[in-house]
Design a binder for this molecule. Sequence first.
Ligand code: MSP
Length: 526
Amino acid sequence: MSKGSYSFTTPIYYVNARPHLGTAYTTVAADTVARYQRMNGYDVAFVTGLDEHGQKIAETAEINNMAPLAWCDSMEPPFREAWDMLNITYTDFVRTTEPRHAKTVQKFWNDLYEKGFLYKGVYEGWYCLPDETSYAESDLEKDEEGTLICPECKRPVQKTSTEENWFFKLSDFQDKLLAFYEENPHFIRPETRRNEIVSFVSRGLKDLSISRSTFDWGVPLPFDEGHVAYVWADALLAYITGIGYGNPDRATEFDAFWPMQYHFVGKDILRFHCVIWPAMLMAAGLPIANTVFAHGFLLTKGEKMSKSKGNALSPADLISVFGVDAYRYYFMSDVQFGNDGSISLERMVQVYNADLANTWGNLCSRVFNMTGKYFEGKVPLAPDFAADNPLKEIADSLYEEYDACLGLVDFTGAVNAVQKLASRVNLYVEDSAPWNLAKKEEDAPALAAVIYNALEAIRIIALFMAPFMPNTSAEVFRRLNLGDITAVTDIETACTWGGLLANNTVETGEALFPRLDVEAIDFSAE
Ligand code: MSP
């Protein structure tokens, strides 16, 4: 029986750059949540997609000598292929150029227009095109030559045109937003980000220009056809398009999945999600997500990795060396979600060898091998559970610890909880020395107990590793002859000690994670 619904989003990615480690990071995190909450009994909605409108994309298309839509069409396959390669199980992929999304944008803004939240006016200020963000002059910084630059991305800004635009009365929402943050202390996480936003809103809010009339690459506003929606006034709404907003055929889906548990975002787009978006929803009379969680940046040699800085490695480069599962595992375990994280090839090899080759992979190899050698490849009869077994106690408390961590998107904490069991099983095997027990007839029951307990712990570890490393867990389940792990929808019951049945066949198979040597890794194909 379903525990209810669990829904969340990644940002929808600009199509001016191909997917890279940064965009893959949020997407893998969301997928880890999706996979876990499905195993935990929830119906999941996981919305991702592409942000295809606005001046920046129009200019990118022009630079590439293509019509905007043709450019966007050419960028869809690289994203879909990257997410397929990473085993991402999104439930909807919204392109903002789809007609269904234009309907959302028009319905939503028309409603706010009719409710009196919009007015026409002129905005004079500065604009950062790469970030598609407006700034007042007092917010800007100067570079060494005295050029005005964006306080976020440090690139030059341009003066906004003096066209008439439609404005959303964002300034009306200052008190309501502050009250909302107060009543919902978990709305912005981590805590430091919350403080940032509270102090930003406390300083006062300016109304937001939500339309453009100097170019037409966007959704036309129904109440003034010469205007298209500002790219953020369009993009944020993809979150509700992705669960069927305004679509009568998907009305029950929208009711079930809105409001969402999480919007996962990078820290650079926090204001849009924690200020503009909730104000838009308040104006529309729609509820607001439980939490906007801002993760940090992945840094290579201390810099934010990005295409423009030329230091963006592609996920495919790393996957060709480490495999998909180890890729997912590294980013989810080694970089604490919420903090910036320095990533390097050296560190990735180190984590791979320590956690995957030496701990989890080695555990499976040695225990499967011994099952083959001592029990003809069959699970021995389960011992008396009350017998001395240091593993059961750890396994019994694993669900509670892991579930608490994953509920808070503390991926590192969840992984550590599982690794604690894996390390303990390795130690248990070492201490029990089955190879000695196998020498004496009278130790046969003890030998059976050790192998059974180790195999059972492996089954449980595979369950909890599955959201992070779906292929490996599926393979461990296959070798243990346990069927399809993705069919598990009640992990709490599935992880009960003793679930592994005697006489089940166990296949030894190849090493799951062969050791890697950093010196031997060759990226010359890059
Ligand atoms: N299109 C907007 C989002 C609209 S959501 C309604 C956008 N797109 S983006 O493609 O530029 O960035 C998407 C996300 O990728 C951002 O959350 C950003 O923080 C993240 N990352 C881009 N580079 C990153 C790193 N090097 N590290 C981690 N994430 C970073 O913004």
